[in-house]
Design a protein around this ligand. Structure first.
Ligand code: DPP
Ligand code: ZN
Length: 859
């Protein structure tokens, strides 16, 4: 497949100021007439050929200025039309079969309704069009269809007219006054009901808000609505951004590749980010709904009003919007806990990407299939990079920067460079060297050494940015680090400083300590780097207990466990050293359980052990079996050592009644965490408590937590609870997804057998991405299943990719990176992982999505 390069960007030869679309809707036959008013782009090449992208569609008729023409031609799947003048009306007819569209890109059917997904390149599966984000058009959409089948007809903008047709049909016309790229087009038709509310913007505009769902689901939409209202208000206060239409519609769809989509005025959501009530959604689900509702709403400015020039600039909207949704969620809940969660996601999802064969800068230089670049690097590292600018500028100046960005580029298709320049000018920062964060891939490693002499403390920092595919040599980047030095005796520090490491190696001097201080570095995770600092467990225990930065406290706990487990799997611990390491962890853990100053949400964060993927990142090549065994052994040891306090913690948490308040959510979080450790050390006691928790549960957080513990045990309660759960929630797709993923993610000795059986279960289907992910993403993330020494786990994921690719290539490609980690895995497993990739590569027919990921993973 051809490689598309950022440096080859050329402005479009033709612009399309206006589009009129006419849809005659049918589930398996939809007819589309697209009328484009096209005009030569003064900044374009002057070419007379109009190139309209297409994908799996054929032109049934082509008209120019009202006359049928037949001198058009096809170049691959693109339609080329020769035009002589400066401006023309070009009309193209296409016919679609939405019911047969299993890729879920373009117009497709889901549960009897019709909906669209166009980002990045789905519009070209609906009609022929210059399907690139720098072509902005005003859209008028007319649609008609059976009223009984499609009682609700929605598109972007406002409904301008509607009426009844013949033979039970009806029609509606929608107009969106804001010029937009084709990827933001949306249409929905179906039997839907709305939760309705109103919002008045800071400028006094009254906005109708609707959340559309299938009849019966409306009682589970209030949290989404509250989140939407909060988002609208927050964006006014935090970024000065006001909504710009009289209507904002959200539609929940059960078959959806992504989380949600920010189409102008008509967001389309995966049901899992809309529907929530205590009985069926966990506290984590509630948070995810709030975060995604915010994310898509914030795109109205960071994405829609200012969009991307080309797809290499994807992080322009995604990195910035992720930062905005993170700040929003932090303001709605606990800032400290949110920061820890965001860093955990970065370390689990993005660090491995950055150190593997698919590593790419947040602004990539090339791609084959853009769908493969909706990555943790573009999204989460992209957010971290902008967060660093915010840290260096300070909040007020950063806001001046974003104000300038929105003012300068409103209505434009902009670049990452435009964003950096606006922050540079508005926030008055010199970001010359900082731009390396946009061009260099790889997680910088910062080695710290500290020396103490008299009253002087010298901190020496050395950075290395690892080589990544296509980037063997790297330059030093500016790395802003918040640091504090603690006095051992008083347990306090004399103030935090922001230091910026911008050379390969640099020293920083601190005065006033009569004895060596304890270093707290990268507080708040001020830079997305890995810090290498050899230190005594005693210092980490000290920071875990004393650091006033909550993230740093979490980091000290993580560091304590990481140091111990990495030494253990590297065979560097004799019995005495193992006992000593465990004792330090046990002490820190015990203090966390007992500390009355901690709220339970934060206590829960401090109790989370580092993930196996994050542990594997610490080693050039790792043995997943050894990592798993050591980590599980530590959990069992903690459960034994702290048996009494953990049971007391569980008992205390069980006594807290359900509410959505922070204290009650905290209690639910530690409840299941305590249960996990109790079950690791005493399976019978764990099963007893888990089953009791399951039966007493009046909310999904407790029920799912208990079932997760039971699913990993070989106890009679396991089957009883799993069967009960299935019966209780039969027909509720989102909850049945949980039933699949809990079993596939279980640390059960028979987990591979269970997964194989689940794949044959009547509720399993390859055509619903949520269900596929529920079973197989959970399996791929479960070390006990995926890394089973037999290689069966690799085979299972390889088979899945092969079978899913023809059905849904985008989703299939998402499973390749797990196998692509083979170079970092011990040789026996690595060979089996590689063999799976080769079996996929050998297939004659493969999507561009999977082909790109597999060839890069082998290359
Ligand atoms: N819908 C996806 C998101 O919001 C892609 N834009 O991130
Ligand atoms: Zn987004």
């Amino acid at each position: 497949p051809p490689v598309i390069r950022r440096e080859d960007y050329l402005p479009p030869a033709w612009l399309v100021p206006e589009v009129a679309l006419d849809f005659r809707l049918g589930l398996d036959a939809t007819k589309v007439v697209a009328k484009l008013s096209v005009a030569r782009n003064p900044a374009g090449s002057g070419a007379s050929t109009l190139r309209l992208n297409g994908d799996q569609i054929a032109p049934l008729a082509v008209r120019v200025d009202g006359l049928d023409v037949n001198d058009w031609r096809l170049d691959g799947s693109d339609l080329l039309v020769e035009l002589n003048g400066e401006a023309h009306a070009v009309e193209v007819e296409t016919a679609l079969n939405p019911a047969a569209n299993s890729q879920l890109m373009g117009l497709y059917a889901s549960n009897g309704m019709l909906c669209t997904q166009c980002e990045a390149e789905g519009f070209r599966r609906i009609t022929f069009f210059p399907d690139r984000p720098d072509v902005l058009s005003t859209y008028t959409v007319r649609m008609s269809g059976e009223k009984a089948q499609f009682p609700i007809l929605l598109a972007n903008g406002n409904c301008t007219a509607s009426g009844e047709g013949e033979d039970g049909t009806h029609w509606a016309e929608w107009h969106d006054p804001w010029p937009k790229p084709s990827y933001l087009f949306a249409l929905v038709a179906g039997d839907l009901v709305a939760n309705h509310a109103e919002f008045t913007t800071m400028g006094g505009r009254k906005v109708d808000l609707n959340i559309w769902v299938r009849p019966g689901d409306e009682d589970r939409t209030q949290h989404a609505m509250d989140s939407l209202v909060n988002s609208m208000k927050w964006d006014e206060e935090a970024f000065g951004r006001e909504y710009d239409l009289d209507l904002f519609n959200i539609v929940a769809v059960s078959d959806f590749n992504m989380g949600a989509m920010e189409n102008k005025g008509l967001n389309v959501f995966n049901t899992r980010y809309v529907l929530a009530d205590p009985e069926t959604a966990t506290d984590g689900d509630y948070d995810a709904v709030e975060g995604v509702i915010g994310h898509e709403y914030f795109h109205n400015w960071s994405g829609n009003r200012v969009t991307c020039r080309d797809w290499f600039q994807l992080s322009l909207k995604e990195g910035f919007t992720v930062l905005r949704d993170q700040l929003f969620s932090a303001d709605m809940g606990s800032e400290a806990v949110k920061r820890i969660e965001d860093v955990r996601v970065l370390r689990i999802a993005q660090f491995p990407e950055d150190s593997g064969p698919l590593a790419h800068p947040i602004r990539p230089d090339s791609f084959q299939e853009i769908s493969n670049f909706y990555t943790a690097t573009i999204y989460n590292k992209g957010a971290e990079v902008i967060r660093m600018m915010r840290t260096m500028a300070g909040l007020e100046r950063f806001r001046q920067g974003t104000d300038l960005y929105f003012e300068r580029h409103d209505g434009e298709a902009a670049t990452c460079e435009d964003f950096v320049k606006a922050i540079e000018d508005g926030a008055r920062l010199d970001l010359t060297q900082f731009r390396l964060w946009y061009s260099q891939a790889g997680t910088p490693q910062v080695a710290a050494e500290m020396a103490h002499n008299g009253t002087q403390t010298v901190l020496k920092l050395t950075q290395t940015v690892p080589a990544t595919p296509g980037q063997p040599e790297k330059q030093a980047m500016p790395i802003p680090l918040r640091v504090a030095l603690f006095d051992r005796d008083t347990g306090t520090h004399s103030g935090e400083q922001l230091i910026v490491l911008d050379k390969d190696s640099q020293t920083f001097t601190f005065d006033g300590f009569t004895q060596p201080p304890v270093l707290s570095i990268n507080r708040g995770f001020s830079a997305p780097v890995a810090i290498e600092f050899e230190r005594d467990s005693a210092d980490l225990v000290f920071l875990a207990a004393h650091d006033d930065d909550p993230f740093a406290r979490y980091e000290a706990m993580q560091g304590l466990v990481v140091q111990h487990l990495v030494a253990a799997v590297s065979g560097k611990l004799d019995d005495a050293a193992r006992a000593e390491g465990r004792a330090a962890i046990g002490e820190a853990y015990g203090s966390v359980i007992a500390d009355p100053a901690l709220d339970d949400l934060m206590r829960g964060e401090l109790m989370i052990l580092p993930a196996e993927t994050y542990l594997a990142e610490q080693l050039p090549v790792s043995d997943p079996g050894a990592i798993h065994a050591e980590r599980e052994a530590l959990k069992a040891w903690l459960g034994r050592e702290l048996a009494a306090p953990l049971k007391a913690l569980h008992d205390r948490a069980v006594a807290v009644a359900y509410s959505r308040e922070a204290a009650a959510r905290g209690a639910r979080k530690i409840k299941t965490q305590a249960l996990v450790l109790i079950a690791c050390s005493d399976p019978a006691e764990g099963a007893r408590r888990a089953f009791a928790q399951y039966q007493a549960a009046d909310n999904m957080t407790d029920r799912q937590g208990a079932l997760m513990v039971l699913a990993s045990l070989d106890a009679p309660e396991r089957e009883t609870a799993l069967a009960d759960f299935h019966d209780r929630y039969e027909g509720n797709a989102l909850v049945i997804d949980k039933w699949f993923s809990l079993q596939a993610g279980a640390l059960n000795p028979k987990v591979l057998e269970h997964i194989a059986a689940l794949a044959q279960h009547p509720d399993f289907t390859m055509t619903n991405p949520n269900r596929v992910r529920a079973l197989y993403m959970a399996a791929a993330a479960n070390p006990k299943a995926f890394h089973d020494a037999s290689g069966e786990g690799y085979r299972m994921i390889g088979d899945l990719i092969r079978r899913l690719d023809p059905i849904n290539a985008q989703t299939a490609a998402r499973f390749v990176p797990s196998l692509g980690r083979w170079r970092r895995i011990e040789p026996v497993r690595a060979a089996m992982m590689r063999a799976e990739l080769e079996r996929i590569a050998a297939l004659p027919e493969l999507s561009r999505d999977v082909r790109e990921q597999v060839s890069k993973s082998l290359g």
